[in-house]
Write a protein that binds this ligand. Structure first.
Ligand SMILES: [Zn+2]
Length: 284
């Protein structure tokens, strides 16, 4: 047991993984990706992008570009449709995705995030049976703002937030406990490591009609909200914050949000990694 724990993230460690999904490459042009990566490169950070094999087949030069820039590619399904089917169909879909990346790019896909986080109990076993090593389909909340009236629109930018914060934290704990979303990666099946993804995403803050719908000139506010979640994770004893920051949505108009968050995370003592890299630190 002691042997198994060595080299894996320790209690108190604060690790951030910058991840983002690419559904179809409609908005993720080379220019968009280059701007996104430029923020990461100046801090020597690698991203992990979860991409559908259909998108990869249609835009091979963009996949080649991501590989050349030394970022990690994970699977986001064969097509951008949720994983709520039977076990056998889900295994088949994952195998189709894996084969496509291997055939077209010589890439061994090891990780998965379900489209729209839409998955069921079959998914974890399907991920294992397809031969993948880790999954990022679950969500986790350090502080819950989503679906909480008033706070969902204003987040940390309300006068009453300091009073509400302890309660919003408790709701987060209840959510994480009920959904078994732990702060550190954990084995969800005997062979699949789960990395719950931070539930406050760029979608929640920019697109969701119930959210604040921040405009590009408010991009720093997004970085501050993510920082607030990271501070809470640190206060709870550390963990891995897997951030969902879509290149197609953030770059270029909202890219300052990511830059601001990274600078704050560094000040908090966080180190950056990828689910892929962390997974390789766990004994198989
Ligand atoms: Zn997606």
């Amino acid at each position: 047991m002691l042997e198994k724990k060595r080299d894996t993230p320790e209690h108190g460690e604060l690790i951030v993984c910058i991840t983002g999904d690419i559904d179809d490459f409609c908005s993720e042009t080379i220019e968009c990706l280059a701007r996104y990566f430029s923020i990461l490169h100046k801090n020597n950070i690698r991203a992990e992008l979860f991409i559908t094999s259909k998108g990869a087949e249609e835009y091979p030069e963009r996949i080649e570009y991501i590989i050349k820039q030394h970022h990690v590619i994970g699977g986001h399904g064969d097509v951008h449709i949720g994983f709520h089917q039977s076990l056998s169909i889900q295994i088949e879909r994952l195998k189709t995705m894996i084969k496509s990346f291997y055939h077209d790019f010589d890439l061994n896909i090891e990780g998965f995030r379900s489209p729209l986080h839409c998955h069921n109990q079959n998914t974890y076993l399907a991920v294992e049976k397809a031969g993948l090593k880790y999954d990022c389909s679950k969500k986790r909340f350090e502080i819950v703002f989503k679906r909480i009236p008033f706070y969902e629109k204003r987040y940390i930018y309300t006068k009453s937030y300091p009073i509400a914060r302890p309660f919003l934290k408790i709701i987060g704990s209840v959510y994480n406990g009920y959904n078994k979303s732990l702060p550190f990666p954990f084995y969800i099946t005997p062979k699949v490591l789960e990395f719950p993804t931070q539930g406050i995403t760029d979608y929640s803050l920019i697109v969701d009609s119930q959210g604040p719908r921040f405009s590009p000139n408010e991009a720093l506010k997004i970085g501050e909200i993510w920082t607030e979640c990271l501070i809470e994770l640190k206060q709870r004893g550390g963990g891995v914050m897997t951030l969902q920051a879509h290149p197609g949505r953030l770059s270029p108009a909202y890219i300052a949000s990511l830059d601001h968050f990274i600078q704050n995370a560094l000040k908090l003592g966080a180190v950056f990694s990828t689910p892929n890299e962390i997974c390789h630190r766990y004994p198989g």
